[in-house]
Write a protein that binds this ligand. Structure first.
Ligand code: AFP
Length: 278
């Protein structure tokens, strides 16, 4: 089954990607399609995953945060990847990840077309969080093998942590007011890589957001490679996602590198966010 094969490639490549970060922390003289400076590891991880995923019979498209165009013959499923989420954390040796989603339709496609999505977290332990077939499973990865450690995972009912990206002065007033409420209720957990911050929300309950900014109303994160895959995981785990007014999975993208405000976590907190921005 192609979805299983895609997940196997990503899970088996994770240990190699983690080890390959060593010696690839420098920046290269190039930018990704979103205009962000690339580090050597961004380019290397992207090339490694593109080659292996496009070699799979049932994969017709490979799209990456690091590539301007979609690759492949179009015959089969479409895979969207952020090969190294949080690559600016390489310099400070903090958590990073690989984010992926398998879409039924040619890209750009809405998140409702996602068959499976998840993320690898390069933390103290390398883990894979996978939403597939209506449930979320966490695996520990070692030596190319994966061991399920949490199955049928759902967000804890009582929220504990929050993490909001961007700079406070750059937040629109409505979001700033919402953030002040949340700050009085929860503990701050923000590490600069969405995967690490989202995994705090999955583990402890709460909310992660990279909101629309006054300077950047469209937000920073990419819909296909970050927002929709994470929304698929969080909604499968019983939480909610929003671009500020609706589920991220309902957003119809016009382009592959389209950005979006991202808010994901416990349903009540996301409901309150939407009411605050309304
Ligand atoms: P990099 O991949 O350039 O480090 O960006 C990471 C990211 O896309 C996402 O993982 C984080 O949530 C967000 O950007 C952090 O952005 P700030 O550096 O503005 O906090």
């Amino acid at each position: 089954m192609t979805v299983d094969a895609v997940v196997d490639v990503i899970a088996r490549s994770a240990t190699e990607i983690r080890q390959g970060l060593v010696g690839r922390r420098g920046t290269v003289d190039a930018e990704n399609p979103s205009g962000e400076r690339q580090v050597e590891a961004d380019v290397w991880a992207d090339e490694l995953l593109a080659e292996r995923l496009l070699a799979l019979g049932g994969v017709g498209e490979y799209a990456s945060e690091e590539r301007p165009t979609v690759e492949g013959d179009g015959d089969g499923l479409s895979v969207a990847v952020d090969p190294l989420d949080g690559s600016s954390n390489l310099e400070s040796n903090n958590a990073m990840g690989t984010v992926f989603a398998v879409y039924d339709d040619p890209l750009p496609a809405p998140g409702t077309a996602i068959r499976a999505a998840g993320y690898v977290l390069y933390g103290p332990i390398t883990t894979l969080m996978l939403a597939y077939g209506g449930s979320v499973t966490e695996y520990e990865l070692s030596g190319g093998e994966r061991t399920p450690v949490r199955e049928g995972l759902t967000l804890p009912a009582k929220p504990v942590v929050y993490g909001f990206g961007g700079r406070v002065p750059d937040w629109p007033e409505e979001f700033r007011a919402y953030a002040r409420e949340v700050e009085s209720e929860l503990k701050l957990r923000y590490g600069g890589a969405m995967v690490g911050d989202v995994n705090q929300v999955v583990s402890y309950g709460g909310i992660f957001a990279y909101p629309a900014l006054d300077s950047r109303p469209e937000g920073k994160l990419r819909l296909l490679f970050e927002g929709a895959p994470i929304a698929h995981v969080i909604e499968t785990a019983g939480g909610r996602s929003s671009d500020g007014s609706r589920s991220l999975l309902a957003v119809e993208p016009d382009s592959v590198h389209e950005r979006t405000p991202v808010h994901v976590g416990n349903a009540t907190l996301v409901d309150r966010l939407e009411a605050a921005l309304d």
